[in-house]
Design a binder for this molecule. Structure first.
Ligand code: ZN
Length: 361
């Protein structure tokens, strides 16, 4: 007879909901003990639903698509950091095979990035012009798992600064097309103007969102547009901008300003009620497995430890329409040495990780 896991808790099933214990039977969560005749293995500690990285790229490195072996290594690194659910924010590699692997995290894909011609990192995106946007968005909506990822702004070398990539009317039509296909839309946006445009066009989410100002914060809060700041990535803005210092001084200065005000920007959005989720942007230039670091940075942007934790657990799972800790659901769990609601750094070194009912890592 299969071994049953007994997790003795506290089991944090919600921000204000601590259960004493749970069991894992045949890969699933049980809130009641099994009948007699099972071998029971006990794991003590603070139990959380598997962490969520809502901006991660599997199958990608700084040069573009990577092979299956490297993709597997990336997914395993995330898993061993406790990330058991990934929203993949764009990948040129076909990583569908990971869905067949019980030992790797679950992935919600956004297809491949959609960017304007020569307005993004080489080899990452479908690079197109506005007249192709609606049909490309439809195609990526069908290729993904309920999300489409656009590059909303990037340096315009003629202008020498960040500038929006898409006219608002085309964007509005493209986002409507995604919604018709049952997909939500998110976009990479660093600057200010693209945020006005995407809010007006009906986007569901924005990545980075460093250019938020009072007016767009108000619009995002009113429309329920979520943001995934990826503060671990924003930390690198000075390095991203450095090569442009001489040739594109306005862009360079702009990036440094956005970097300088990053904590104030995210704090103002949080204060206004904009939904915020944890994302690391692993896979482009950042390493995988930084989810606990991102949570800690969010606490520096005005979130309480419990709020930052919710952004990578209960709240993120609700938003992505995936279950957390509930009777009969897949046992995707992280066990910690101390209470992460007191200090999210507890998430950095999980004691035990349970994926689809099996201990891994
Ligand atoms: Zn990214």
């Amino acid at each position: 007879m299969a071994t049953v896991l007994h997790l003795t808790g506290p089991v944090l099933a919600g921000p204000d909901e601590a259960l004493d214990e749970l069991w894992v039977i045949d890969g699933r969560i049980s809130l009641t003990p099994p009948g007699p005749g099972h071998d029971v293995e006990t794991i003590e500690g603070w139990v959380l639903p598997g962490l969520v990285d809502a901006h991660c790229h599997v199958g990608l490195d700084r040069h573009g698509a990577v092979d299956a072996e490297t993709s597997e290594q990336q997914a395993r690194t995330d898993r061993d950091a406790g990330t058991l659910l990934i929203r993949d924010a764009g990948s040129p590699a076909d990583t569908r095979w990971i869905d067949e692997r019980d030992d790797l995290p679950k992935i919600i894909r956004a297809g491949r990035h959609i960017a304007r011609t020569k307005r993004y990192i080489r080899n990452f995106a479908h690079e197109i012009e506005p007249e192709q946007l609606v049909s490309r968005v439809r195609a990526e909506a069908r290729a993904g798992d309920g999300w489409v990822k656009l590059v909303g702004d990037w340096i315009d070398r003629d202008l020498g600064d960040l500038a929006p990539c898409w006219p608002v009317d085309v964007l509005t039509e493209a986002i409507a097309a995604a919604h018709e296909e049952g997909a939500r839309v998110t976009a990479h946006c660093f600057g200010e103007q693209s945020l006005h445009d995407f809010a007006a066009a009906g986007t569901d989410c924005i990545e980075h969102a460093t250019g938020l100002v009072d007016e767009t914060i108000e619009a995002f809060a009113r429309r329920g547009i979520a943001i995934v700041p990826t503060l671990v990535n924003i930390e690198t803005f000075p390095r991203i901008a450095e090569p442009a210092r001489e040739k594109f001084p306005d862009y360079h200065r702009h990036m440094l300003q956005l970097h300088e005000r990053r904590f104030a920007t995210i704090a103002a959005a949080h204060e206004a009620g904009v939904p915020i989720y944890v994302g690391t942007d692993a896979g482009g230039s950042l390493p995988h497995g930084l989810v606990a670091q991102e949570m800690e940075l969010l606490t520096r942007a005005g979130m309480t430890h419990t709020e930052a934790l919710a952004s990578a657990t209960w709240g993120a799972r609700d938003w992505l329409r995936r279950p957390g800790i509930a009777e009969g659901e897949d046992a995707d769990l992280v066990v910690l040495d101390s209470d992460p609601r007191e200090d999210v750094r507890a998430c950095a070194t999980p004691r035990s990780i349970v994926l689809r009912g099996a201990t891994v890592g």
